[in-house]
Ligand binder design. Structure first.
Ligand code: TRP
Length: 371
């Protein structure tokens, strides 16, 4: 069986370090590994609109930002098909048919949907006096649309963060249901999680659980050198580590979480040869006598050396925006062909391909003749 990757991002803002370690970096490695027959990378604008109906301009502006981030990280349009979700109308059609295979109750149980409803402050019930906005139906159903994204390309592998696990599980259920009710057309995908724990959910610079634009705790891939430095130097560390001589805590200390995610042994020989490894550095910090500023400076060097080439490529790409749109247009055309093939198999399996079905016309003609 062919090995196919599909993954994507909502274009609600520029991409940040959380996206980078959580998935972008891995995607580029997977793309270059030669292990996959096809790699599809989708800008999920239609999904972003499910809770941004009143702000299409934001989504529109961020499509190009996300595309620039993709290309500057090393996604290569020669190797990966990069496309825009809304341009593949087959995906909406598939979504509508999959809706017949999922219950409202099952969607209500989806932990990611539940959590996001809370996060966005939507009212869940019809309680009188609750003035919060209700849940948009499109938003509620986005796990089904995500199943369409994945299955349209017969993806076997979906590299995403762990918050997406319930989406992949729901997709697998839809695939099993479809294949058993109609015909074995769809492929059950596997999730591919980041292997390093610190990469699974990178906290914000303020130590809060997640980098998020609304919290203002992100380091963006497109931030300039000075902005990255300032953000690193003001990062949350260990509140109990007041004097340099105090013993410090490494767990829950954002600077160390970032080092876990970004640092490799070579960084020590290059920037801080007094230590041979992160473990040695952690031991010293725990014993006391190691100041936060020194570690932040080291982290800054580690981050800058990974961000510098990305930043440079972005500068070059920004000079040729028509090229970037061209990549997206070509990618969308290619993606559409693949999705159209799957959709026609789906319609055939569901027996709603009436005009391709000679046998149907013949048997109906006979039936009415007999009457
Ligand atoms: N829900 C994903 C996110 O918020 C984006 C997405 C949409 C996606 N469709 C997908 C990811 C299909 C993987 C596969 O990041």
């Amino acid at each position: 069986m062919k090995k196919i990757i599909l993954t994507g991002d909502r274009p609600t803002g520029r991409l940040h370090l959380g996206h980078y370690v959580g998935s972008l970096k891995r995607r580029v490695e997977l793309q270059n590994s030669g292990e996959f027959d096809k790699v599809f990378i989708m800008i999920a604008d239609a999904q972003a609109l499910t809770d941004n109906a009143d702000n299409p301009e934001k989504i529109r502006q961020n499509i190009i930002e996300v595309a620039l981030d993709y290309l500057s990280c090393g996604l290569d349009p020669e190797k990966s098909t990069i496309f825009i979700q809304s341009q593949i109308s087959e995906l909406t059609e598939l979504t509508f048919y999959y809706m017949d295979l999922v219950t409202v109750q099952r969607l209500q149980r989806n932990p990611t949907v539940k959590q996001e409803i809370q996060l966005r402050g939507f009212a869940e019930n019809n309680d009188a006096g609750d003035n919060r906005p209700g849940i948009p139906v499109g938003f509620f159903c986005y796990p089904i649309s995500q199943a369409a994204d994945i299955t349209a390309f017969k993806a076997t592998t979906v590299p995403v963060g762990e918050d997406q696990e319930p989406m992949i599980e729901q997709t697998r259920e839809i695939v099993r249901k479809f294949n058993s009710v109609y015909a074995p057309v769809l492929v059950e995908p596997d999730i591919l999680l980041p292997d390093n724990n610190a990469c699974r959910r990178l906290p914000g610079t303020d130590g809060k659980a997640k980098m998020s634009k609304s919290l203002g705790n992100c380091i963006y891939l497109s931030d300039c050198e000075e902005d990255v430095r300032k953000k690193v130097m003001s990062m949350y560390t260990d509140p109990l580590h007041v004097q340099v001589s105090d013993p410090g805590h490494v767990e829950g200390n954002t600077v160390f979480t970032y080092l876990d995610a970004f640092c490799c042994p070579d960084h020590f020989s290059e920037f801080w040869p007094e230590y041979a490894s992160l473990d040695e550095l952690k031991d010293h910090y725990r014993r006391g006598g190691l100041g936060d500023v020194k570690i932040k400076k080291f982290l800054n060097s580690v981050l800058q050396c990974q961000l510098a080439p990305i930043r440079e490529r972005r500068k070059e790409l920004e000079k040729d925006i028509p090229y970037v749109y061209d990549v997206l247009r070509k990618g969308s055309e290619q993606a559409r062909e693949v999705a159209a093939r799957t959709l026609s198999e789906v319609k055939h399996a569901m027996r709603i391909d009436y005009f391709d079905d000679e046998e149907l016309m013949r048997s109906q003609a006979l039936k009415f003749k007999a009457e």
